[in-house]
Write a protein that binds this ligand. Structure first.
Ligand SMILES: [Cu+2]
Length: 125
């Protein structure tokens, strides 16, 4: 007599495993550019008055005073010129690509309101 084979059909539990795909996706995607460094404009001064950054860094000037200010490089704006920044506003990003010491002042208030950006070699990674 032949043996009867019982085929036990075992329901395969397809475990739709919790795909814990260690979500490494960057939020918001894209390598965000480095955050700009802020110089605050006060009534007649810049804070910090002397700012040290590295090549490739960007700086923005934020006007926390009650009057309009600007930040223009002492070389007649060849290096940068933020243009007028109204109270409560910020300048566009000014990126520094060269090492050096860049003095600047306020077009409205002249050299009484002045500052310096010191640009150092790019930071080592
Ligand atoms: Cu000013």
């Amino acid at each position: 007599m032949k043996c009867v084979y019982l085929f036990l059909v075992a329901g395969t539990l397809s475990l739709a495993g919790l795909l814990s795909s260690s979500a490494d996706e960057p939020k918001g995607g894209k390598k965000s550019e480095a955050k700009p460094i802020t110089v605050t404009m006060k009534s007649l001064s810049y804070d910090p008055k002397k700012l040290e950054v590295h090549v490739g860094d960007a700086v923005v000037w934020t006007n926390k005073a009650r009057t309009t200010h600007t930040a223009i490089s002492d070389d007649a704006g060849k290096t940068f010129d933020t243009g007028e920044i109204e109270p409560g506003k910020s300048s566009k990003r000014v990126k520094f690509e060269k090492e050096g010491e860049f003095k600047y002042h306020c077009k409205v208030h002249g050299k009484t309101m002045s500052g310096t950006i010191v640009v150092k070699a790019a930071a080592k990674k």
